[in-house]
Design a protein around this ligand. Sequence first.
Ligand code: NDP
Ligand code: 2IT
Length: 457
Amino acid sequence: MTQDTSVFATDDKEVASFMQGLVRRNPFEPEFHQAVFEVASSIVPFIRDHPQYRDAGILDRMTEPDRIIIFRVVWDDDQGNVRTNRAWRVQFNNSLGPYKGGMRFHPSVTQSVLKFLGFEQVLKNSLTGLPMGGGKGGSNFNPKGKSDREVMRFCQSLMVELHRHIGEDVDVPAGDIGVGAREISYMFGHYKRLENRFAGIMTGKGLQFGGSLVRTEATGYGCVYFCQHMLEQIDTSFKGKSVAVSGSGNVATYAVQKATELGGKVVTLSDSGGFIHDPDGIDEEKLAYIIDLKTVQRGRISEYVDKYSKASFHADQRPWGVPCDIALPCATQNEINVAEANTLLKNNVIAVCEGANMPTEADAVHAFLNAGVPFGPGKAANAGGVAVSGLEQSQNALRLSWSREEVDGRLKTIMTDIHGRCAEYGTRADGSIDYVAGANIAGFVKVADAMVAYGLV
Ligand code: NDP
Ligand code: 2IT
């Protein structure tokens, strides 16, 4: 059976032919195709000028995961029913260090989703400058509506298989959608039981047992730090700007906190049920309510309007129709389509910065690039989370804990450096920065050089 490759609009014949092969080898994996196409569009022209990478077949090798582990997870629910889920760990590339990347629990998880995330993670981790390879894992398990005990039994059952594939020098999982402090604790606790060793085999751990200060905040903060640099390039800042944020999970909430601290006014948040619009802005007190609502009560964002009556809830819609200066998509993949991008542009958005992984569809990315609006791709802009995971690994290896100021300072420096790497490879003739090309090429070069050095592996 063939698949339609016409979605990959390109004038570059080499990109088109590479994508045809990739789609043939990886049928029915649209998210993986999308992520690779975006990277190949930057890398294929770069490789034409750097034949050592073509001679070593690097792009073909880099788009093939080292291995994928697929396993069954059986658990029993509170009614005593036997439940079965599927889980994966995609160990994508360990050229720069042990595999590193989150675990996602969501019913939409497929092998395609985890391969796109693992592939992006390889380049993202390279951009951080820390010694981390890339991987991703997860399950189609849906934590929503499950009791704590059900989540615990699922996590323990999953770890019964996963424990033999991970380790501080092998593969170090962390959180992602549906995997936060609760799930990491259950998984880490069970690993410890199974292996009888206490080691930094996961990140995002509780502060009492090897976690790092600022890891919880790191992705959202890092995204805003990166966006600050993007704004500086166009001689402006967050001060007085209206900001539309999507999602209301870990990344979104700490992006709101930092954007507000820097003088921005955040007017939207969302979840899979719809979005809220608060024209007065989501201040520190309202944010504390949201964090409690989402992480303790495990409620829905629609409940916000019961407490703050000047806000409105818009069921089954995304926030991009609300006029804003800055857009920070922080929920999930493909949550800004080209029509929404055009609406944002019509409303004079000045910067778009991805807190989530691949939240912007390919033609929407082009709309922003063609309009000359600074666009920060996730692999650069949301790298703060995995960067502080890397710092958590360092602290675990040293058996010490750094202060909040120390970790936040290092996070700021890493985000500044990532911005610099994007500028190094992505500065256009007019001095503006193509962050998509810059991030792809800068991330690629380090991994590619290591793979060339290793020979045919
Ligand atoms: P959370 O589970 O904490 O929050 C996810 C948020 O996105 C929730 O508001 C959720 O709404 C919403 N969401 C999830 N899936 C969908 C969907 N299919 N449609 C609409 N809304 C959806 O996850 P995180 O905040 O950790 O992750 C958000 C994004 O950031 C993801 O793309 C993740 O890969 C990326 N990321 C996360 C990092 C981290 O450190 N956590 C690091 C780098 C990137 P609902 O409650 O209704 O499901
Ligand atoms: O997408 C990501 O970078 C993450 N979910 C964080 C991964 C990590 O290992 O901290």
